[in-house]
Structures are given as C-alpha cells and as structure tokens.
Design a protein around this ligand. Structure first.
Ligand code: CDP
Ligand code: MG
Length: 186
C-alpha cells in the first residue's frame, strides 16, 4: 500500500512561481518527497510521457463532453479534436521547464490525485491545487487552442505511476530516508 507516484509542476506553475506552494500541499499531507529535479522537456520526451496512441482518444472523448456541457458547437470528429488537444498539450508542456518529483506514501497515487483535483480546474474544489490556483476550464482552453494549463501533472493510477516514475528518474535519483510522519504510521 506504500506507493510512489510522479508529480510535475507544469511550465505554467513554474512560470507563476507556484512550485513552493505545490510542494507544501504534499508535505503538509505527510507525503514524502523521494526525488526532485527541474527538466525542460523536448517534444520527443514529452511524447514518451504523454503517449499519443493512448491519449488522443481520451482527449477527444473528454473534449467532446466539455464542449457539450459548455454549449460549444463543433463539426470536428472526436479523433481530430483529440489530436488538436494533444498537440496543444505537447506545445505547452515544452514551452518551459517543469519541476518533476516522486512522492511516496500510503495510497500515494490516489491521495496525490485528490490533492491535485480533477483535470478541468473549473470542476476542481477549493482546497485542491487546480481549484485554488488555475482560473480556466479545459473546454475554454481547447476552444482557444492554447492547451489546458492546469498547473500540475499527477500519475492517473498505479499502472501509470509504475511507468512514469522510471521514465523520469533513475534508481539512484530516488532516496530512502525516514520522515517524522512515519513514526506515527508504522
Ligand atoms: O492530467 P490529467 O490526468 O488530470 O488529465 P488527462 O486526461 O490525462 O489529460 C492530460 C492533460 O491534457 C491535462 O492535464 C491537460 O493539461 C490536457 N488537456 C487539455 O488540454 N484539454 C482537455 N480537454 C483535456 C486535457
Ligand atoms: Mg492523466
């Protein structure tokens, strides 16, 4: 049940100087940082992180739903829309450096997603990172074609986490140590 998960403060979060506030959310929840670095992704690496084959259909589906909900009309096919959103995502993910970290803790994957909030910030509750700091909706971003600047990436599930952590960090970049919280949870 002790899991490791990948978090990125995306270029918008770094440019808005929100790295410290984001890290504090995880530290305050008693989660443990076991690796951290700043990386400027190129297109090739961004496409390894965001798998085109998996993501384009998901983004098409999500964008269609957002458009319906927001009353935005489109005659584009789902796949075409998904590909456009994917390209916006790759462009914005590579426009500046990100801060990458691996966070460890009990049910860390799920707990980190809860702290981050849902994908579209307009649906994210106050108290979540996206709800507190990001003033957009994915539908709006897609319509304007500028990529969903929602501050943070967090692995979606354990399978994704197990793929993403080794993609970003070598074993020697991840550290084992004890936090004071562990005295209360062991
Ligand atoms: O990041 P998360 O796991 O919550 O969402 P995702 O469905 O895996 O999508 C990856 C990223 O694509 C999001 O975090 C957004 O930055 C971007 N996206 C977007 O720009 N427009 C959408 N309609 C949906 C996602
Ligand atoms: Mg995801």
């Amino acid at each position: 049940m002790i899991e490791r998960t990948l978090v990125l403060v995306k270029p918008d979060g770094v440019q808005r100087s929100l790295v410290g506030k984001v890290v504090t959310r995880f530290e305050d929840a008693g989660l443990k940082m076991v690796g951290m670095k700043m990386v400027w992704m190129d297109r090739e690496f961004a496409m390894k992180h965001y798998d085109e084959g998996i993501l384009v259909p998901i983004l098409g589906e999500k964008s269609m739903k957002d458009f319906e909900e927001l009353g935005i009309k489109t005659d584009k096919e789902k796949h075409v829309l998904g590909k456009e959103v994917y390209e916006d995502l790759i462009r914005f993910s590579t426009e500046g450096p990100v801060v990458a970290m691996v966070i460890e803790g009990v049910h860390a994957v799920q707990v980190v997603r809860k702290i981050v909030g849902p994908t579209s910030p307009h649906r994210a509750q106050p108290g979540t990172i996206r709800g507190d700091f990001s003033p957009i909706s994915m539908g709006y971003a897609t319509k304007r074609g500028f990529g969903g600047r929602n501050l943070v990436h967090a692995s979606g599930d354990l399978k994704d986490a197990q793929k993403e952590v080794p993609l970003w960090f070598k074993p020697e970049e991840l550290h084992s140590y004890k936090t004071v919280h562990e005295a209360h949870t062991l």
